[in-house]
Design a protein around this ligand. Structure first.
Ligand code: CA
Length: 540
């Protein structure tokens, strides 16, 4: 355990210089006056056995919370959080104004003010871990061991949850939002276009090229114009390299057989980019892929223009809304087309995500961790996954749950409605896979069943790979250097890739100089740092 020793000495060194020192100890209440919770921790422990039902404290207790998920600042008025307060005696008071939509700005403002909310959630786990190393949020390891048996059980039994929770310095600074669903994105194709042109479902990248070429040239939308956009993606603005997966490559880091690689430096990248350049030139890829933005899918499907995409289950939702205006419209999920080596693989998967932390300024962390544990009990989990029994869901005779019409037939999407009540918020919890199945459209259900039924397409031993990036954690001593190197390399690679794809620069002519420039910018050091993080991830 050489690693552990290095880290603890580093931690001590860091603690001497950070702004939140002095608030580190859970036994020393700070002078913060934003909350009204009782400071007497020991007394409360003794009262445990007397509390009824799910009560966490004998008296109503309030904690402040910093959380803003999808531009929705925490709102204690949400129906489900009112119910949670009633059942636990714990009431949360949001510190972000309801009109604030800039999560990052609000977070930076709070941190620089030095006045922290009792509970802190943030979109970026590495920022919470950094705040932890600076003494702003508590290491939760012992608090969990002593007071949160349900969280401890999940840490002991769910390796992906544990890896998300534990920082590379060995501390747990945040309780993650666990995911039990594995599948994220699927390859979706216009089944009615395939049928119209008498085409089979493409099973490999060469067949896919032929299908997309037919979509381009044979007028499947029947308007007499060559206006079809065979391949499109609403995430093209943030992960423009998604189609490179078809040749088992990307513009990112990717481990193979234990060895970390930066894929632009590998052979598959040349094959991938040369094909992408050709496909783009032949009009198989959306000419506005980089600029059309998140509404691409709505625009291209409702305009009867788009043919195929790589996207979430919601791509199947159009089957209920569009056939009225586009007779026969049907999106269908198909297996990932095999790459040039005949391998079928799906890179995108879901992973446990960031949850919430306890501030070092909180006066009663023991009560807070008990409250956080509540969401990993069956009762707490049902509340944040399903809402309130009889209102938002019912339990069927076979024990399964179904959402009520209030959810399924509201003006919003089922998920939108649930979120408006505070259900499925971004807190430390375990997301119940069944919740999503309960409102999937038939096409989405078929997609999920197809991909879940073929676990061999997924490499579950990989580190998180979401939004096209490896989600590795970095050692405190590596993190700044890594970020610095990549802040120079990342935009350079994106810019080059775009220029090759758009045809404004020649890939083969520039490739050697491109590699030389990557090396000059420190790519080998970045690979080395990623290898170190990956080795720790693997438990080496
Ligand atoms: Ca047409």
């Amino acid at each position: 355990m050489k690693f552990k020793r290095i880290i603890s000495s580093l931690l001590v060194a860091t603690m001497l210089t950070v702004p939140f020192v002095g608030c580190k100890s859970t036994k020393t209440p700070s002078v913060d006056k934003t909350t009204e919770q009782k400071p007497n921790v020991e007394k409360e422990d003794k009262e445990d056995n007397k509390l009824e039902g799910s009560l966490i404290t004998a008296e109503p207790t309030t904690f402040s919370i910093f959380l803003n998920f999808n531009n929705m600042p925490f709102n204690p008025e949400w129906r489900v959080w009112q119910e949670i307060a009633k059942r636990t005696n714990i009431h949360l008071e949001g510190v972000i104004s309801q009109s604030n939509s800039n999560e990052q700005e609000a977070f930076n403002l709070m941190v620089s003010s030095g006045k922290l909310a009792d509970i802190i959630g943030y979109v970026d786990a590495s920022e919470l871990e950094k705040l932890g190393r600076d003494g702003g949020v508590l290491p939760l390891n012992d608090l969990i061991k002593e007071h949160a048996p349900h969280i401890q059980e999940m840490l002991d039994n769910d390796e992906r949850f544990r890896q998300t929770a534990v920082s590379l310095d060995g501390n747990i600074y945040q309780i993650p939002k666990n995911q039990s669903l594995l599948t994220a994105e699927f390859w979706w194709i216009r089944k009615d276009w395939l049928d119209k042109l008498n085409l089979e479902v493409p099973t490999n990248v060469d067949e896919l090229y032929n299908v997309l070429t037919a979509f381009r040239n044979e007028d499947p939308n029947g308007n007499g114009k060559k206006d079809e956009i065979p391949l499109f993606d609403r995430a093209g603005h943030k992960m423009p390299d998604e189609y490179l997966y078809l040749w088992d490559t990307s513009t990112e880091f990717y481990p193979r057989n234990g060895k970390m690689t930066f894929e632009p430096m590998e052979e598959n990248f040349k094959t991938g980019v040369r094909n992408i350049v050709k496909w783009y030139k032949e009009g198989l890829i959306d000419p506005e892929i980089f600029t059309r933005g998140p509404k691409s899918r709505d625009i291209l499907l409702s305009g009867n223009l788009g043919g195929m995409t790589h996207d979430w289950p919601s791509a199947g939702d159009y089957n209920s809304s569009l056939p009225e205006s586009i007779p026969g419209f049907e999106m269908m999920a198909i297996a990932p087309p095999a790459d040039q080596n005949g391998v079928v693989k799906e890179r995108t998967m879901r992973y446990p995500g960031v949850g919430w932390s306890i501030s070092s300024q909180a006066k009663d962390p023991v009560t807070i961790i008990k409250f956080m544990d509540f969401f990993f009990t069956e009762e707490g989990s049902d509340l944040v996954n399903w809402g309130i029994e009889g209102e938002t869901y019912v339990v069927n005779e076979d024990g399964t749950k179904s959402y009520t019409d209030a959810v399924m037939k509201s003006d919003q999407t089922p998920l939108g409605y649930l979120r408006s009540l505070g259900v499925q918020y971004r807190i430390g919890m375990s997301q119940d896979a069944e919740y999503e199945y309960a409102f999937m459209t038939p096409a989405a259900k078929a997609a999920a069943e197809l991909y879940n039924g073929n676990p061999e397409w997924f490499d579950v031993t990989l580190p998180p790979y979401l939004d096209g990036k490896l989600g590795l954690k970095y050692l405190p001593e590596d993190e700044n250097e890594y970020k610095k190197i990549m802040s120079s390399i990342r935009p350079y690679v994106d810019e080059k890739f775009q220029s090759w794809m758009l045809g404004t620069a020649d890939f083969d002519a520039e490739y050697d100089a491109f590699i030389a420039e990557l090396k000059a910018r420190g790519i080998e050091k970045a690979i080395e740092i990623n290898q170190r993080s990956y080795d720790i991830f693997l438990g080496k």
